[in-house]
Design a protein around this ligand. Structure first.
Ligand SMILES: Cc1cc2nc3c(=O)[nH]c(=O)nc-3n(C[C@H](O)[C@H](O)[C@H](O)COP(=O)(O)O)c2cc1C
Length: 307
């Protein structure tokens, strides 16, 4: 997939994940084969105040090859100003979130709520396209309660989006059921712009099913949690180093930016994900869930991975 002068290489994307895609995680996913990495979603209105949280979320790693910053909002002026914000200047592409179903986002008329207001969604995308020198993409779901993905995708195309990403579930489905790959194939057949498929890619089998839809790129979220080497696996590549190396790298990068106290709590979820899939590791998982020392947690993980 190629957009302007950006060549997406292996067309594998790390999906945006709020509260997960810290700079260390994006770095290791990039090292392990994700050619495009997306930030956590960034509030366009929070950016007007240069919120400290946004500053941290926009730190990128030099290993990230194609950097995509994802913004959300319902206000044209705030979105256009966000595009000019120096915090976003290093991103190659800006993605607009029109798929988030979280109640606090939807109640502000943002995220997937914009799929109920196509004229406003059109206005926001075209304003961003007009005011950006970089490609603008849009990520959305099938719809709120029913599938309107083709209508919505066509609107994105008309508004000037460079590509779209479809998470093939409705908002009311949340994460239940299966992502509907047929709907992704249909959208791909209807649009001229590139389509990135998203939802439930967790192994080679699901990856091949997603590729069979004809999509231009594949975006992976939960499958990479605790498993950034999934990207290498899909590419039939052997990671250069052993897994514990990448876990330690994830942590060491974060230690450059965050306090040890904050990280101790924050990293628990990543450590628990890293400890998934090991037989007889229940006791280790209990220890990780309550650990008050990152180094001790790393030792526990090292034991699991060395067996
Ligand atoms: C913890 C978490 C946070 C997420 N945050 C975002 C986000 O900030 N922006 C977004 O567009 N989607 C977000 N998503 C949705 C994912 O990008 C993706 O569309 C969804 O998880 C389906 O893909 P998967 O089956 O590969 O996980 C999030 C998902 C999870 C699990």
């Amino acid at each position: 997939m190629k957009i302007a002068d950006i060549d997406f290489g292996n067309n594998l994307f790390l999906a945006p994940m709020a509260g997960v895609n810290d700079v260390g995680f994006r770095d290791v996913c990039a090292c392990l084969g994700a050619d495009a990495t997306v930030s956590e979603m960034l509030s366009a209105s929070a950016m007007l105040y240069n919120a400290k949280k946004t500053q941290f979320m926009t730190i990128s790693s030099t290993k990230e090859r194609i950097k995509i910053g994802q913004i959300f909002g319902h206000d044209e002026e705030a979105l256009v100003k966000a595009l000019q914000n120096p915090l976003l200047s290093h991103y190659d592409i800006i993605d607009i979130n029109m798929g988030c179903p979280a109640p606090k986002i939807v109640k502000n008329g943002e995220g997937v709520a914009l799929m109920k207001n196509i004229p406003l969604a059109y206005k926001l995308i075209s304003a961003c396209v007009k005011n950006s020198t970089r490609p603008i993409s849009v990520k959305f779901r099938l719809g709120n309660d029913s599938d309107i993905s083709c209508e919505f995708g066509r609107m994105c195309e008309e508004a000037g989006a460079s590509f779209v990403t479809l998470h093939a579930r409705t908002a009311s489905q949340g994460y239940s059921g299966k992502a509907d790959y047929e709907k992704i194939a249909t959208l791909k057949s209807k649009l001229k712009i590139a389509v990135v498929g998203n939802g439930d890619v967790v192994d080679k089998e699901s990856y091949n099913l997603m590729l069979a839809t004809g999509v231009d790129g594949v975006m992976i979220g939960r499958g990479a949690q605790g498993c950034p080497w999934l990207f290498s696996l899909l590419l039939d590549q052997q990671p250069e180093k052993d897994k514990i190396f990448y876990i330690k790298r994830h942590v060491e990068i974060l230690r450059k930016y965050y306090s040890e106290d904050w990280l101790t709590l924050y990293l628990r979820k990543h450590f628990l994900w890293y400890a998934q899939g090991f037989n007889g590791a229940k006791e280790t998982r209990v220890q990780l869930a309550t650990s008050d020392s990152i180094d001790k947690s790393l030792e526990l993980l090292e034991k699991l991975y060395r067996v």
